[in-house]
Design a protein around this ligand. Sequence first.
Ligand code: SF4
Length: 181
Amino acid sequence: MSDTRKITVATCSLAGCFGCHMSFLDIDERIVALVDKVSFGRTPLTDIHTLHACDIGLVEGGLCNDENVHVVRHFRQQCKILVAVGACAINGGVPAMRNRYGLAECLEESYLYGVGVADPQIPSDPELPLLLNQVHPIQDAVKVDYFLTGCPPPAEAFLELLTAVLENRAPQMSYALRHFD
Ligand code: SF4
């Protein structure tokens, strides 16, 4: 990849909490050094709503419904390098805590029991995405090129990833950049 042109970065959030996106923003003023080298496509961080082909796609969150699967497959098609960002994308993370229970049990516990409303109901609008029986990591649906571990990964890990791609080398994730919490 030439180092004379900008690389384009897009991001998306599936079953996550946006904490990984917030950590990305913790790059803070160091992003100034990247301004001439990186441009952003569709991401919750911009007002760009159309996904175009990009160099790096950062995916936060795992797969909890059929819409997540559709989104990540489309994202994969548009990204040269796809990165699973954070525990939720890599192993399902917090949402995957429901995997030890049946889907019906989860829905009943969430919507019918103890909610304190007069007529509790499990949502059934056909426009709602269909929940998967279990929460899956994104690599169950698409090929992943890099993994940024952590909940969330530190800002320095994002910086190293972008810098490595700009320098046309493999990212060097030191032990300090590999979080498992
Ligand atoms: S890995 Fe952690 S910070 Fe990132 S989306 Fe999941 S819960 Fe949020």
